[in-house]
Design a protein around this ligand. Structure first.
Ligand code: ADP
Length: 161
């Protein structure tokens, strides 16, 4: 079988509705997705890798087309090891573009033949990032429109007053 598989790499700290939107729409284009939690032990995160894994699995209701894994090191190395068809990234604002262009070009140099595909964010979520969700939650703001309900609860537990 020649399944078309995409790697969606990211921090997912935590998963947002913007990520979920890319996962759902990515599955219209690819047969399967590997959501790859890029783990960097030097980088401080709010949620552990296991917590993030659990969040993603629960949010996709155990959809068998979605695998959640964590990896350390270069994304292209992991992509090569998993023999994916492409890397999938979401694009929000113009501000994302320059960084993503650099990464995609670098990755192609490192691994010729491995393409990065970009999916434009839904207009509903162009302003949503894990970073601003954490910020809003830390000030006691309501993030229930930005993340799945149980993640809003977990944010409250971790950051709430
Ligand atoms: P990273 O730290 O690598 O940017 P993130 O967890 O922030 O990882 O994001 C993972 C992927 O999801 C990236 O491709 C990012 O552009 C995309 N993404 C994040 N938020 C949104 C959103 N609201 N709409 C579309 N794509 C998004």
């Amino acid at each position: 079988m020649n399944d078309r598989v995409a790697l969606l790499p990211g921090s997912f700290d935590p998963l947002t509705n913007g990520h979920l939107d890319i996962i759902e729409r990515g599955l219209l284009v690819f047969d399967r997705l590997i959501v790859g939690i890029a783990h960097n032990s030097r980088k401080q995160t709010l949620f552990s890798v296991d917590e993030r894994k659990e969040m993603i699995l629960r949010s996709v209701n155990g959809d068998a087309r979605v695998e959640v894994d964590a990896f350390e090191g270069l994304t292209v190395e992991y992509a090569r090891k998993r023999e994916v068809t492409a890397i999938l990234r979401g694009l929000r604002a113009v501000a994302d573009f320059e960084y993503e262009l650099q990464m995609a070009t670098m990755n192609r140099q490192l691994t010729p033949g491995l393409e990065t595909l970009f999916m434009m964010t839904s207009e509903k979520y162009f302003f949503v990032s894990s970073q601003n969700v954490k910020e809003i939650a830390s000030f006691g703001g309501d993030v229930s429109a930005l993340v799945p309900p149980f993640i809003a609860e977990q944010l409250k537990e971790k950051l709430g007053e």
